[in-house]
Every structure is written in C-alpha cells, then in structure tokens.
Design a protein around this ligand. Structure first.
Ligand SMILES: CCCCCCCC/C=C\CCCC(=O)SCCNC(=O)CCNC(=O)[C@H](O)C(C)(C)COP(=O)(O)OP(=O)(O)OC[C@H]1O[C@@H](n2cnc3c(N)ncnc32)[C@H](O)[C@@H]1OP(=O)(O)O
Ligand SMILES: Cc1cc2nc3c(=O)[nH]c(=O)nc-3n(C[C@H](O)[C@H](O)[C@H](O)COP(=O)(O)OP(=O)(O)OC[C@H]3O[C@@H](n4cnc5c(N)ncnc54)[C@H](O)[C@@H]3O)c2cc1C
Length: 671
C-alpha cells in the first residue's frame, strides 16, 4: 500500500492526523460493509496495484485518441486475464463489490483512467443477460461472456431518441419461415448512438428494438446481436459500426454507433425471460411491460454507489490540500493559516464529506430494496416495482447531481491548482457529470419520481395504503411547527411535512390547470418545474431519513458515533438552510428555527474541523486511486506539482518546434 504511517507525511498533515478524535478504521469498515470486506478490498488493491502492467507509459493526456484507447484496452484485457488466472483470484474479484470496484470508481479508476472499454460488458451486458434471459439463455451466454470469450454492450440509445424509449426506431421483425428476427435501422435517426465499448471493442450487443411479429408491434424488447466476427473482429455483413468521436470525458470507453441493414439473428437470440415469441410467431406478453427496462433499474442503483465514491476521491484531495495550503492572513501579522481554517472553506468541504455518508446510507437501502423487489418479481409479485422504479430514479438523480456539484466545489476549493489535470479533479468531474445524463437524464428521472408522488398523493386521498417510502403523504399537516424541538427526528419530520405540502400544492396546481380546460399531460408540463422540485425534496428527505437510521443502527464506539452524528446533523441542517423557503412556506419550521440551525451549523463546522483530514483518511483511498498531485497521503504537494510539470513532453526540449515554424518568423518579420 501507499505510505500510510503517520510519520511519512508532511508536518501539516502529521499535526492534523494527531488531532483525530475517533477510530478511523471503524469508519472504513462501515463504508466497506465490515472489517472482512475492508481486508478483502485491500488485498485486491495490493495484488492489482503491484502489477506493473497497470502502469501508464506517460500521462494519458499526452497520448493521441487512439493511443489512449489502446493503452486502456491493454490494461482492461490484462484485468480480465487476471480474473481468469486462478480460482482464488476469481473468488477475490468475482463478487459484486469487486466488479463494481474494478469497473467503477474504486480500484478501477487507478487501472483504467478515462473509461474502461470493457465497462459496459460487466455493468450492462452481463446484467442484461441475467435479468432478461431465460435460464437456458443465461447458461449459454453467461459462460461465454464471463470469461471474455465474447464481449458485449447495451445498445439502446439512438441518434434520434435517448430518453423516449417508446420512440426507438430499430425494428426486430420475426420471420416464422426461417425462425429468425430481422434487425433493421430504417432511418438515420434509428442509428444506435452512445453505447460504451461499441465503437471498436465489443463483438456482441444487447440491442433494444421494436418487436414486430404477425404484423403487430409489441414495443421495445432486448435481443442479443452479433456485431463482429468472432475470429477476425470485422463487422458482420449487414452491420455498420464505429466510434462516435471525442467526448467531454470517459474518452476510452469507445462509445459507438451502429446500423443494421435487414440483419438476421436466430429466434433464440431474443432474451425471453419476461416475454416470448413462440416459434410460430405468437407473442406472449410479460407480466408488466416495463420489465424489459430492468437492466436500467439495476444500473441506476449501481450509479449511486459510483457517485459517492467519486465524491469521496474529490473531497479527499481537496481536504488534504486545504490542510497543506497556507494562504492570506486570518489575523494580521500572524503566519498564513492553512486554508482549512477559513470557515468558508470548511463550509465547502465538510458538507461534501457528509454527503458521501448520506448517499452511502441511502444507496445501501435502495440496493436492499432492489434485491427484495427483484426476488419478489421472480415469484410473480410485482407490487413494489413502481416504488423501486421511483426510488432508483430519485437516488440516481440525487446522487449524480450532488456528487457532480460536490466535485466541482472541491475543484474550486483548490484554487488554480485544482484546474490542473494532475490534480485529477478535472477528470473526476468529467466522469461524474456523465452520470447526470446517462442511464436516464436527471430531469426526466425527477419527473418519473414526481409522477409516482402525485399518484401516491391521489391514492392517499382515496384512503389507500401507500408504499413505505411515500407513506408520509397520508399524514400531511400544514400547521406551523409549534415546539422548539429541533432533534434529528424532528428535522426529518419537518422534511416530510415540507415535501407533503409541496406535493399537495403541486396536485392543486395540476387540478387548477385541468379545471381551466388543459388535458392532464399539458397541465403536467405547465407544472413540471415545481414537480421537479417536489421530487428533489422527496429524494432529499429520503436520504436524510436513511442517514439518521444508518447512524443509529451502526455499531460504533463513542468517539466515532459522535463524529458521524455531527456529519449527519450537518447534512440535515445544510439542506434545510439552502432550501429554507420550502420549510418556511410549509410551516414545517419557523424563521427562528432556521436562525438556530444556522448558528448550530457554524458550531458543527468548528467541531468537525480538527477531524477533517482524519475523516477523509478513513475513506481509505489508495494514492493510486486518488491519482492526484494535490491529494496524496504524504501532502508533498508542491514537489509533486513541479515533478509532474517537468514530465510534460513539451519540457523535454528547451525550444519547441513551433518557435522555428511560427513564432520566429513573426518575431523577426521586421528584421
Ligand atoms: C458499476 C458502477 C457503475 C459505473 C458506471 C460505469 C460506466 C457506465 C457508463 C455508462 C452507462 C450508461 C448506459 C446507458 O445510458 S443505457 C441507456 C439508458 N437510457 C435511459 O435510461 C432512458 C431513460 N428513459 C426511460 O427510462 C423511459 O423512457 C421513461 C422515461 C421511464 C419513460 O418510459 P415509457 O415512455 O415507456 O413510459 P410511459 O411514460 O409510457 O409510462 C411510465 C410508466 O411506466 C413506469 N415505468 C417506467 N420505467 C419503469 C421501470 N424501469 N420499472 C417500472 N416501471 C417503470 C412508470 O412508473 C410509469 O408508471 P405509471 O403507473 O405512472 O403509468
Ligand atoms: C457518457 C455516456 C455514456 C452512455 N452510454 C450509453 C450506453 O452504453 N448505452 C446506451 O444505450 N446509451 C448510452 N448513453 C446514452 C444516454 O443514456 C442518453 O444520452 C440519455 O438517456 C439521455 O438521452 P438523450 O441524449 O437522447 O437526451 P434527450 O432525451 O434528447 O434530452 C435532451 C434534453 O431534453 C430534456 N427532455 C427530454 N425529454 C424530456 C421530458 N419528457 N420532459 C422534460 N425534459 C425532457 C432532457 O432533460 C434534456 O435536458 C450514454 C450517454 C453518455 C453521455
């Protein structure tokens, strides 16, 4: 592992670490899900990071587009070979956390930096086969895909449609004479566009296409389609495939395009767990036509974990840097203080640490719900599918938005150095912000949550029992907050009251539009800005509640519980103060309450300040995973910045070629 002994760091960080008031390992174990899992993770990290194959010859930023891709592909393939090397290794990395870490923002980002060309294979292709295939299909395709004999992606989005799935144009028409599906892209806008790994890496894809059989369209269904020859890797006849070009980030994911010209695949290649086409062409309906969207639900939940891990990295970098960086004068004439002494800096960083825990507790809860609900579905009980859909959309949107905003706050908190590629904050940002768009653009996700809230509200009005996450909508009260109770329980109750009133207002606005003659859909659009706010407030309430429950349930020593409770309290208060209008307008809190909370927040920032560095240390992120000149364990910031600058290819010669070609002729023009 990287240097982690207290002595092996600069004096500023040594002093910070000496102030720690809690047991860091306890928080590490909590985040990993137990001591065994921490040890397991560290063991995987040790094995992978000791392997010189995962080192880059030069920083990827200095490589060409194709060199970068080849470099990451080399490492990604080496990773898979390592999986398959021996059984111990398979056991070690084969579990969900292992895959998540290798493909996402755990160890994975130290191995493949700007997008793993094989990520979609593990994150969506395999889950699609498992979630959408019959047992026989799983047996056949998984055995080939797990070892990397075939590599796949998830090809859903088209040039013309990403959000609106019912609008997809790719067709899969069943021909009962040959027992084949004919996959076709009828227009330019039907071109599949964006799937990760599709450009040059994969030879198979789960393609989402409109199913036609016996002359009728039955909507979007999943098909396994071979894209490239298994021997030569050339694109199959009838298939046109390529890479879509440079992107804001994740540039080695080789996102691709794909077109089909009357391309035939066997009948057995339609994934038929939920709906079937019989050999004679008869269509058998699924229990719910949204079951074919199941892979997206899984990935939305996975994104929540990825989001907080990205934020963990950013806030670790910014907090350590803030303890090492000295700037300005707090008291005239005194030495320049660490920038972490400034309350404004604490206000930037400490809520981000709290956010990591908030998202983590909520994500764990949604992951448990996901497992329960998918278990129920396999037994034919679909009652909780709408709640899971709303929770996964809400948490995906909240976690990706909070993490993206938080990463940028961390970048800004590092001043100019945060803008340097070697700080790694720009790359963390471009990777994190992608999750706002992919797997369901966030505004669209919020509107799905709002739809569930409004439906639930109307159900409550009719006296129906509501599902657990929205049960508070039955107990709405607009009375002003009467007591001076500002305990965590009271604040969570205030969140519920605020959202409840907001949802009730939204329902009234909708009704108002409808009463004036608008059809429901138009009324919905006219209220959608407010509806998004309702959904955001609901997801925040939910996260707050899970944070409070999570801390209460965690088995921690006194000191560790105290620091986690402070973070939890900071999270509750921070979001109340920035959304105080919602609490005041709903009568959930008074102006006096908000003032008390603001004062308390200042005290919490001061109380947490001495533990700031230890809190990010307890995230236990290896220096190679941070990959930052500003955030390393030893705090040797300036030397690292300087060393990294010296490595620039432009610094390998004193006078650049451009001088002779362009600058000199200009400078000497008048001679
Ligand atoms: C391991 C770590 C991860 C790290 C990441 C690694 C890198 C990975 C990089 C990239 C991966 C990105 C991959 C992708 O982006 S794949 C493409 C994703 N695309 C989308 O998400 C599209 C978003 N759009 C939709 O989901 C849908 O179009 C929709 C917005 C939900 C609307 O669907 P539709 O038009 O069919 O629905 P209707 O309006 O007719 O009806 C709405 C009712 O349907 C219910 N519904 C919708 N979806 C679901 C679902 N999934 N499950 C259950 N129910 C669903 C909804 O609740 C409505 O019900 P109601 O009763 O109100 O009518
Ligand atoms: C890095 C990256 C990786 C990706 N990987 C994959 C992949 O592997 N496989 C795959 O199939 N796809 C992939 N995608 C595509 C991704 O899923 C889509 O980009 C996403 O679902 C949004 O769709 P869109 O781009 O068509 O945006 P649009 O739907 O065109 O959205 C544009 C704007 O319109 C707004 N809008 C759209 N509909 C509504 C509405 N109903 N109400 C209100 N506002 C609306 C949105 O909020 C947004 O602001 C990837 C995208 C990115 C950026």
């Amino acid at each position: 592992m990287a240097a982690r002994k207290e002595g092996e760091c600069c004096e500023d960080l040594r002093r910070e670490r000496a102030k720690c008031s809690f047991n860091k390992e306890e928080l590490t174990y909590l985040m990993d899900g137990g001591k065994d899992k921490t040890l397991h993770r560290r063991k995987i990290e040790d094995i992978f990071l000791a392997d010189p194959e995962f080192l880059d010859p030069i920083r990827p930023e200095y490589m060409s587009h194709e060199e970068r891709y080849n470099n990451e592909l080399r490492k990604a393939c080496h990773m898979i070979r390592k999986f398959n090397e021996n059984e111990d290794m398979q056991q070690l990395v084969g579990e969900m956390e292992g895959i998540r870490s290798l493909m996402g923002s755990g160890l994975g980002v130290a191995l493949t930096k700007d997008g793993n060309p094989l990520a979609l294979h593990f994150v969506m292709f395999l889950p699609a086969i498992l979630g959408q295939g019959t047992v026989e299909q799983q047996g056949y395709w998984m055995s080939r895909a797990w070892t990397g004999e075939i590599i796949g992606t998830y090809a859903q989005t088209e040039l013309g449609h990403g959000t609106f799935l019912r609008g997809l144009e790719t067709t899969a028409t069943y021909d009962s004479n040959t027992q084949e599906f004919i996959i076709h892209s009828p227009t330019i806008t039907a071109t599949k566009w964006w799937p990760g790994g599709l450009g040059k890496t994969v030879n198979y894809a789960v393609v989402m296409a409109q199913l036609y059989t016996q002359g009728k369209c039955h909507g979007v269904h999943p098909f396994i389609v071979q894209i490239r020859d298994e021997e030569t890797h050339q694109s199959m006849p009838g298939v046109t495939v390529g890479e879509i070009g440079p992107r804001l980030g994740m540039n080695t994911n080789d996102n691709g395009f794909l077109r089909f010209n009357q391309y035939r695949i066997p009948h057995t290649n339609m994934l038929m767990k939920h709906s079937q086409v019989l050999k004679d062409g008869t269509y058998v309906k699924p229990a719910n036509d949204k079951l074919s969207y199941g892979t997206m639900v899984f990935v939305r939940v996975a994104i929540c974990f990825d989001a907080y891990r990205q934020l963990q990295r950013a806030v670790t970098i910014a907090t350590r840097y803030s303890a090492v960086r000295h700037q300005s004068e707090l008291v005239p004439g005194e030495p320049e203080p660490q920038i972490l002494e400034y309350q404004t800096q604490q206000y930037k960083l400490l809520p981000q640490i709290a956010t990591v825990y908030g998202i983590m507790f909520a994500a764990n809860d949604v992951w448990n719900t996901y497992n329960e609900v998918t278990g129920n579905i396999s037994e034919g009980n679909l009652a909780y599918l709408p709640e899971l859909h709303a929770l996964s959309c809400g948490l995906k949107a909240l976690s990706s938005t909070d993490a993206t905003n938080g990463v940028d706050v961390c970048r800004l908190a590092c001043g100019g150095h945060g803008y340097l590629a070697t700080s790694n904050l720009p790359r963390i940002y471009t990777t994190t912000t992608a999750a706002i768009t992919y797997e369901g653009e966030n505004t669209v996700m919020w509107l799905q949550v709002a739809r569930y809230l409004i439906k639930s509200y109307h159900d409550a009005q009719k006296g129906h029992r509501l599902q657990q996450s929205v049960s508070y909508l039955t107990t709405q009260s607009a009375s002003a907050h009467a007591t001076a109770d500002l305990s965590n329980t009271a604040l969570v109750a205030a969140y519920k009251q605020a959202v409840s009133v907001m949802v009730s207002n939204a329902a009234a606005h909708l009704q108002d539009h409808i009463s004036k003659g608008a059809v429901f859909e138009k009324a919905w659009n006219s209220c959608s800005v407010y509806l998004v706010k309702c959904a955001q407030a609901h997801a925040r309430y939910y996260t707050c509640e899970k944070f409070v429950d999570g801390v209460n349930r965690a088995e921690l020593s006194e000191g560790t519980r105290t620091v986690l409770l402070r973070l939890c309290r900071l999270y509750l208060i921070y979001h109340i103060t920035i959304n105080q209008g919602d609490f005041l307008r709903s009568g959930a809190l008074t102006g006096g309450d908000i003032s008390s909370l603001e004062k308390e927040m200042a005290d919490i920032l001061a109380a947490l300040r001495p533990d700031a560095v230890s809190l990010v240390d307890s995230f236990d992120i290896h220096d190679r995973v941070l990959d930052s000149s500003l955030g390393s364990w030893d705090g040797n910031v300036y030397q690292r910045l300087y060393n990294e600058a010296l490595k620039s290819p432009m610094n390998q010669t004193d006078v650049p070629q451009g001088y002779y070609k362009y600058l000199r002729p200009l400078m000497k023009a008048n001679l």
